[in-house]
Design a protein around this ligand. Structure first.
Ligand SMILES: Cc1cc2nc3c(=O)[nH]c(=O)nc-3n(C[C@H](O)[C@H](O)[C@H](O)COP(=O)(O)OP(=O)(O)OC[C@H]3O[C@@H](n4cnc5c(N)ncnc54)[C@H](O)[C@@H]3O)c2cc1C
Length: 445
């Protein structure tokens, strides 16, 4: 019997394995898919994510920084390709801060390598969890190669099995378990831009490219080999939707209207578009995240959020560090540590889920809007002038270390102050602006 059974060897599962092994636990990780390090692509969804300091701090603490820098590309801002063909740029931070673009499968592979090096960690692949008995603390797995079923018993079971978690499904049947799931009415397809050859067009490599077109959004994340991974977001139904695209000609025509650059950058665009069915995006909230001292959910299985702030993986890593800290503080009283962990993390993840829905609209509909850009520019200027009194929400979430819930609380106060500055027509460069911000800060205390 191992001390810890982790269902899911994705991003949260591999970091959790390291954290628990370093606490002296024997850990078994059971992953549904083949080993990400051996079968490149295959059933693994192609995806790039960006890492920010929240996630990077945790990865540094487990000794993963060198691997992550070798696999990632720094991006310093968003290059926005407007519908009229013009291009604008928004830096992510005011001090040249960067996010790091990385293929999720590469990051997963690096973390599995590190997990495997820990004494006491055993990784099992192609093992799909099909059943969890919460009382007996056992889980049943089906081997994808032989279909054979096997039962595993552990002192504790951790559900790190992502948004469609099987462990959570079993918690859902317990008394007073709350659960909600909400799908975005849009799906996404990942396209790939190959590294540029001689004479072929190239995109700027150290930024994230965004083509906002109302209901449709195309983005391009740079890779180290100068290729780009490009999720395309479309509505499932209606105009310019998945439903309206059934032939290669229809795909080419949509791109030539909305994203003409793509036609030159991706010669086999229609083939790529039809190669995989679209993937869905959803928000999941549930509580409680634990069952006594026996079972705990973390990462997407506890709180899947839309990717608009690029925080899901960063938050999953923060979960692992927070659990480690709670175990320190609770003297390895597992049930108490699980409760404390949820108390610390759930308000933040609830706040983040709402923010992501809101920011999603900004990204796809407002980012190309002049009034919206003016407001963002004003925020950046106020931050430059009064950094002690005003920090844009994006910067608090992405580059700060405050909890998401605290960042949202501060943002509400700042938003009210900014509204007042605008409605009273106060020049942000004048001392009255500082006095106004100080007033709001004082009232908030
Ligand atoms: C389009 C998109 C863009 C994103 N961009 C970003 C970004 O820029 N930055 C960011 O931080 N996050 C981003 N995210 C979110 C991020 O990918 C997730 O939050 C993160 O992967 C969560 O980690 P996890 O380990 O909880 O879940 P997962 O990474 O989904 O891992 C779960 C693992 O469990 C396995 N599993 C599932 N069911 C079973 C089962 N029954 N038995 C055994 N194993 C099972 C799965 O195969 C998988 O390996 C993005 C997500 C999407 C969809």
């Amino acid at each position: 019997v191992s001390a810890a059974l982790i269902v899911g060897g994705g991003l949260a599962g591999s970091v959790l394995a390291i954290v628990l092994a370093r606490r002296g636990q024997t850990v078994e990780v059971f992953e549904r898919l083949p080993d990400a390090r051996k079968v490149y692509g295959g059933k693994h969804a192609p995806l790039n994510i960006t890492l920010c300091p929240r996630g990077l701090r945790v990865l540094a603490a487990i000794g993963a920084s060198d691997r992550v820098s070798a696999l990632s590309v720094p991006v310093y801002g968003r290059q926005i390709h407007n519908a009229d063909g013009s291009v604008s740029y928004q830096a992510y931070g005011s001090k040249g801060e960067a996010l790091y673009s990385i293929a999720r499968i590469d990051l997963n592979g690096a973390l599995l390598d590190l997990a495997e090096r820990e004494a006491g960690v055993r990784l099992r692949f192609e093992q799909k969890c099909v059943q969890v008995d919460l009382e007996r603390s056992t889980a049943a797995f089906q081997d994808a190669r032989t279909d054979a079923l096997g039962e595993v018993r552990a002192e504790r079971i951790f559900g790190a099995d992502g948004a469609y978690s099987t462990v959570r499904q079993h918690l859902q049947r317990t008394h007073q378990f709350n659960y909600s799931q909400s799908y975005l009415t849009k799906g996404y397809t990942t396209l790939k831009i190959s590294p540029p050859g001689a004479g072929s067009p190239a995109l700027k490599p150290d930024v994230l490219h965004v083509w906002p077109r109302g209901n449709c959004l195309w983005t391009a994340f740079p890779n180290r080999d100068k290729s780009f991974t490009c999720p395309l977001l479309l509505p499932y139904h209606g105009d310019d939707s998945y439903e309206s695209l059934s032939t290669e000609g229809e795909v080419a025509s949509l791109f030539s209207r909305l994203f003409p650059e793509a036609l030159a950058l991706i010669p086999d665009l229609a083939r790529q578009f039809f190669a995989r069915p679209p993937d869905s995006l959803l928000t999941i909230r549930c509580d409680p995240w634990s069952y006594g001292d026996k079972t705990l959910l973390l990462g997407d299985s506890a709180h899947a959020i839309l990717p608009s702030y690029g925080q899901g993986a960063n938050a999953a890593f923060e979960d692992c560090a927070a659990l480690d800290q709670c175990l320190d503080e609770c003297g390895a009283e597992w049930g108490a540590a699980f409760k404390e962990f949820e108390q610390r993390r759930r308000p933040s993840m609830d706040a983040m889920a709402d923010l992501c829905v809101e920011h999603f609209r900004e990204l796809s509909e407002l980012i190309g809007d002049a009034a919206f850009r003016d407001r963002r520019a004003m925020e950046r200027r106020i931050h430059e002038l009064y950094p002690d009194l005003y920090e844009p929400l994006y910067s608090m979430v992405t580059f700060g270390s405050k909890s998401y819930a605290e960042a949202v609380r501060i943002e509400r106060r700042q938003r009210a102050a900014l509204d007042r500055l605008v409605s009273w027509n106060i020049d942000v460069e004048r001392p009255e602006a500082r006095a106004m911000l100080e007033n709001f800060a004082r009232e908030a205390r």
